[in-house]
Ligand binder design. Structure first.
Ligand SMILES: [Zn+2]
Length: 301
């Protein structure tokens, strides 16, 4: 016999009453628990105006915030995975891809774009978390590699904005091979002395951290972003030690020399432009300095 027994029936819920507040008008900030008006958040690049908590944003929103006039040219849009392993987990990978494509309107988890940032011609690859956790499969690896090769060909700086759960398990070892492929492309960029900046956002984990996200000439992170290789639970179980507070967050990694900078999203564009100018990138639209003809110089004297 049970010790405690409910003698009375629980109070019935009054049924679903239609809410008079439209859905998604207000958001509760996970950082400071304040209620924020959605439009204020939109105006503020999805950063909490009260505590500067950075909400996760999509790849297109990121590009819009970075490129001048919010305009860019997209490349390699048609590349799509052909499910090389015919993989099935809770549902076939083929179906998962189809559903995600319909939901996000993207063909895979990265957008490769060219345009100008504060007048500097640039190639940016931005990862999209909404597409199977921003996971890196064959297509993501190929698109980022092509983006870097394009930067090499055009002699323009490259930026990769990471937001990823790591390698895509549905493509197995083929996903892991992308780490080497992208890293090799970065080495070519390095030899050609073309700047590459890695921007790490929440979350950047697994094979993405273990390859191109940590290979930037500058590694810039957003505040409080989760950045790591394996998850904290796996590490605790492996080393049988309690991990310190704030482990795998941007601030901890900066203190331990894994990152160069932590930049508020609202200042990212100006910081990137300043860094690229420092690295010797020229403004595309700047007029050429007219050369003094030796003949006219001679005529003056
Ligand atoms: Zn807040």
């Amino acid at each position: 016999m049970a010790w405690f027994k409910k003698t009375r029936k629980p109070i019935e819920s009054p049924g679903e009453k239609p809410s008079r507040v439209p859905e998604g008008l207000w958001v509760k900030c996970p950082g400071c628990a304040q209620i924020i008006y959605n439009k204020d958040l939109d105006k503020n690049q999805q950063v909490c105006p009260k505590c500067a908590h950075h909400f996760r944003i999509g790849a297109a929103d990121r590009l819009r915030a970075l490129f001048d006039d919010g305009a860019w040219t997209e490349h390699f849009r048609n590349l799509t995975s052909n499910d090389p392993l015919a993989f099935t987990d809770t549902k076939p990978y083929r179906h998962r891809l189809k559903d995600t494509k319909a939901k996000t309107g993207m063909s895979d988890a990265v957008i490769v774009a060219t345009g100008t940032v504060d007048g500097i011609d640039i190639v940016i690859a931005a990862m999209e978390y909404a597409f199977i956790g921003g996971s890196m499969g064959v297509v993501v690896g190929e698109k980022i590699t092509r983006a870097l090769e394009m930067a090499l060909e055009r002699r323009q700086p490259a930026i990769v904005i990471s937001c990823s759960g790591g390698a895509r398990m549905m493509e197995g070892a083929l996903s892991l091979m992308q780490m080497a492929k992208v890293s090799a492309a970065l080495a070519r960029l390095d030899r050609a002395r073309i700047p590459y900046i890695s921007v790490l956002t929440d979350p950047t984990t697994g094979g993405v951290t273990a390859s191109f996200a940590m290979l930037g000439d500058l590694n810039i992170a957003e505040p409080k972003a989760l950045i790591g290789f394996a998850g904290p639970r796996v590490i605790e179980q492996t080393i049988r030690q309690k991990l310190p507070e704030g482990f795998q967050r941007s601030e901890f990694l900066l203190d331990h020399g894994m990152l160069d900078l932590i930049i508020d999203r609202r200042e990212l564009k100006s910081t990137l432009a300043r860094a690229l100018r420092f690295m010797g990138t020229h403004v595309a639209a700047a007029p050429e300095v007219p050369e003094i003809e030796p003949a006219s110089a001679a005529a003056d004297s």
